[in-house]
Design a protein around this ligand. Structure first.
Ligand code: PMP
Length: 434
């Protein structure tokens, strides 16, 4: 009798239906591969250099200072000093008065901000437009909320003059984009600067998206975590500043990317109260709030940046300058070995074409696994160099159309980039020597 009742219990599915089809995650696999085999890890997106001293000092001051209340709970929707300075800072950037209590919410990294957006705003049957290639968590997060992701790809156009391709050569087809909007569309996810390509959307491209959002009454979830990482004098334009967009946009940011401290997991959302009030409901019923000390230190970091805004001493000026040089090094070393880089206009990622290396890692035509994924696994195991296959940033239906590229992260110390260059040079010599 006892065993019968035990069996009955075990036959019930353990997993909630909302998890169906979302259990696989490429990061788990590639992070493990990198940890096991890599000598040089240009895979996952985080710096191997330290955050700026002023930020570390702020953390230490918060930790060991007199205000022991910083070790306790703080306001659920954001530590008051942090929401106040974020409201001031983003108010200045957007040219509007922001209320720290209703227009800003602090989250556990941008990741939780995204999760709150989808859970709070997307219903069963709603469609969410996602521009490919995309930061991979958007798709499972939309599905977990009961929504349907609708994909629209950036289409590459090779430059005619034989120059290296730029992330700007990957563009939306306006007619194709417009065809994805319908009365079922609840939101579009915009990620500019874009991970993995490094594309920085131009004003014209953003206006195209904005016009469609206004026309179809669609929300915009604007993931701007790489907002400070733009190169060659490019400008990061905030879609919320375009006509008709403030009321329908949620801006998402990350102290991890902004201050090179990804492990702190401090993120935020900025937007109109009519949207943020629902995010707050989600937030208070999930994580409630994130580490007070990290929030205090990030608040001080922003205070400093507000005072130095636009000056050469600002970290938001210095970091992109340093990263642009690292980008150029990696572009050169990849180009020299024939792994054609697509020059990113922003972010700390760079996508490279591996077509010329196909003979080293033969294709398995009937395999379900995209070629670039097998290539990246082979490369880390045989060459000790970790990168991420571009197909990981595409929907299942489109993975195989874009499977001859890999993504590198160049937010790395000079020595790390040199070590990557040595691996690539040696590889090239082995290829060319008989
Ligand atoms: N959005 C994008 C586009 C990202 O690349 C990342 C991190 N890789 C995140 C959000 C998550 O940021 P955080 O570490 O602050 O959670």
């Amino acid at each position: 009798f006892l065993s019968l009742s035990l069996q009955a219990k075990m036959s019930r599915p353990l997993q909630a239906r909302r998890l169906e089809g979302t259990d696989k995650n490429i990061w788990v696999e590639f992070v493990k591969l990198a940890a096991t085999y890599s000598k040089v890890n240009l895979g996952q997106g985080f710096p191997d250099f330290p955050p700026p001293d002023f930020l570390k000092e702020s953390f230490v001051r918060a930790l060991s200072g007199e205000n022991h209340m910083l070790h306790q709970y703080t306001r659920a929707f954001g530590h008051p000093p942090l929401v106040k300075i974020l409201a001031q800072f983003f108010g200045k950037l957007l040219g509007r008065d922001l209320d720290p209590m209703t227009n800003v919410m602090v989250t556990v990294g941008a990741y939780q901000a995204l999760f709150c957006c989808f859970q709070a705003l997307v219903d069963e049957g709603d469609e969410v437009i996602i521009i490919e290639p995309f930061f991979d968590c958007y798709e499972p997060m939309v599905k977990m909320a009961g929504g349907t992701p609708v994909f629209v790809p950036l289409r590459p156009k090779a430059p005619k003059d034989g120059k290296l391709m730029s992330s700007a050569d990957w563009q939306l087809d306006p007619t194709e984009l417009a065809s994805k909007f319908s009365e079922r569309t609840k939101a579009i996810v915009l990620n500019s600067p874009n991970n993995p390509l490094g594309k920085v959307f131009s004003r014209e491209e953003l206006e195209l998206i904005a016009d469609l959002c206004v026309k179809h009454d669609v929300l915009c979830i604007s993931d701007e975590v790489y907002e400070w990482l733009v190169y060659d004098g490019k400008e990061h334009i905030r879609i919320a500043s375009l006509r008709g967009m403030w009321d329908r946009t949620i801006i998402i940011g990350s102290a991890g990317k902004t201050f090179s401290a990804t492990g702190w997991k401090v993120g935020w959302t900025v937007g109109p109260n009519r949207l943020l009030q629902h995010l707050r409901t989600m937030h208070q019923n999930s994580v409630y709030h994130c580490a007070t000390i990290a929030q205090e230190a990030v608040a001080q970091g922003f205070q400093r940046e507000l005072e130095l805004y636009g000056t050469p001493d600002s970290y938001f000026v210095q970091l992109p300058k340093e990263l642009q040089q690292k980008r150029d090094w990696l572009v050169q070393s990849l180009d020299a070995v024939g792994m054609k880089p697509i020059i990113p206009e922003g972010t700390y990622f760079l996508v490279a074409d591996i077509s010329k290396f196909k003979s080293d890692v033969p294709d398995v035509p009937d395999s379900d696994e995209p070629y670039d994924s097998r290539f990246a696994k082979w490369m880390v195991k045989n060459k000790g160099l970790a990168a991420i296959p571009l197909s990981a940033f595409y929907s299942v239906a489109h993975k195989n159309n874009y499977s001859h590229f890999i993504r590198f992260c160049f937010a790395k110390e000079e020595a790390t980039l040199k070590a990557a260059n040595d691996i690539l040079q040696k590889w090239k010599q082995e290829k060319t020597s008989p």
